[in-house]
Design a protein around this ligand. Structure first.
Ligand code: C2E
Ligand code: MG
Ligand code: MG
Ligand code: MG
Length: 280
């Protein structure tokens, strides 16, 4: 039924909303029924150390190819997986795939996996990570864990303890999408993070916007003071790269270096990056 809105604008929202709800319900069901190995796969995006111009890490990004609906974006299916609890088996699947992938990469390369806040709602997140590391015989220092800032809203003791225990295992912890959530700078200090990933929102117009530049510089300085490494996300142009390098950022990730690539393209990417680096 249409809303009685004077301008009649809202009239169009209802059928749209129905369609969206329907798609959501369909995806919910499909997600529950999906054979993970058949429908899900990871792509990998390099993260570059700006001093050495070397690849240090790849971020693993989850993809869903549904036999009927085709590619579904993580921005659409991750929230559904979080709401339905499907993120728990899916998240463990990601960890395992990442550990298996590490076996075919040079020892100096790490992979970062994204952890959902929902995975921390469970009591056994630390045990799950530890178990996957043991089962796949993976040294913990080659696995990095990225946690989005929104999680910190639930500023509780359990989270604090979980993060500490994860670090104790030997994995580095990154605070993802920094600047987009609600957490204050004091969170950076309270929680023990190794890295801060500055959201691409702050990089987009950094060449034109003095405000954006000031924000990024402030985060970089603060992270440095607290002994954390900074990673800038969404670097797309040489100009952005020049600016963040001058600011003292440690690492960068973005389309300028590479879009996320399939597993079988990683070794080739590393060789090509190394060739360019030594030729430069
Ligand atoms: P994120 O963890 O912040 O990952 C970075 C996102 O930025 C990725 O989007 C990546 O493709 C995109 N990106 C990287 N460089 C650039 C650039 O230069 N320009 C632009 N425009 N975009 C760039 P993607 O792969 O679509 O993933 C979206 C989000 O979905 C991720 O954001 C993460 O929050 C979530 N996600 C992805 N995989 C997983 C997963 O395995 N588990 C969980 N819990 N979340 C995941
Ligand atoms: Mg991430
Ligand atoms: Mg991010
Ligand atoms: Mg993001």
């Amino acid at each position: 039924q249409a809303k009685a809105d004077g301008r009649g604008v809202y009239r169009f929202y209802e059928p749209d909303m129905n369609k969206r709800l329907q798609r959501r319900r369909t995806l919910e069901t499909e997600l529950r029924a999906a054979n993970l190995d058949e429908q899900f796969y990871l792509v990998f995006q390099p993260i570059i150390d700006l001093d050495a111009n070397k690849v240090t890490t790849f971020e693993a990004l989850l993809r869903w190819r549904h036999p009927v609906h085709g590619e579904v974006s993580p921005d659409e299916f991750i929230p559904i997986a979080e709401d339905t609890g499907a993120i728990v088996p899916l998240g463990e699947w990601v960890l395992r795939q990442v550990c298996l992938e590490l076996k075919s990469l040079p020892e100096s390369i790490c992979i970062a996996a994204n952890l959902s806040p929902m995975q921390f709602k469970r009591d056994d997140i630390v045990e799950t990570v530890a178990r996957v590391l043991v089962e796949t015989d993976t040294p913990a220092h080659r696995l990095e864990l990225e946690i989005t800032e929104t999680l910190l809203l639930e500023d509780n003791r359990k989270l604090h303890v979980d993060l500490k225990r994860l670090r104790k295992l030997g994995s580095r912890i990154s605070l993802d999408d920094f600047g987009t959530g609600y957490s204050s700078l004091s969170y950076l200090q309270r929680f023990a993070f190794d890295k801060v990933k500055i959201d691409r929102l702050f990089i987009k117009d950094i060449a034109k916007s003095a405000d954006q530049a000031a924000i990024v510089q402030t985060i970089v300085n603060l992270a440095f003071t607290l002994g954390m490494t900074t990673v800038v996300e969404g670097v797309e142009t040489e100009e952005q790269l020049r600016i963040i390098r001058a600011m003292g950022c440690d690492e960068a990730q973005g389309h300028l270096f590479s879009k996320p690539i399939p597993s079988d393209a990683i070794v080739g990417y590393l060789a090509e990056h190394e060739r360019k680096r030594t030729a430069a």
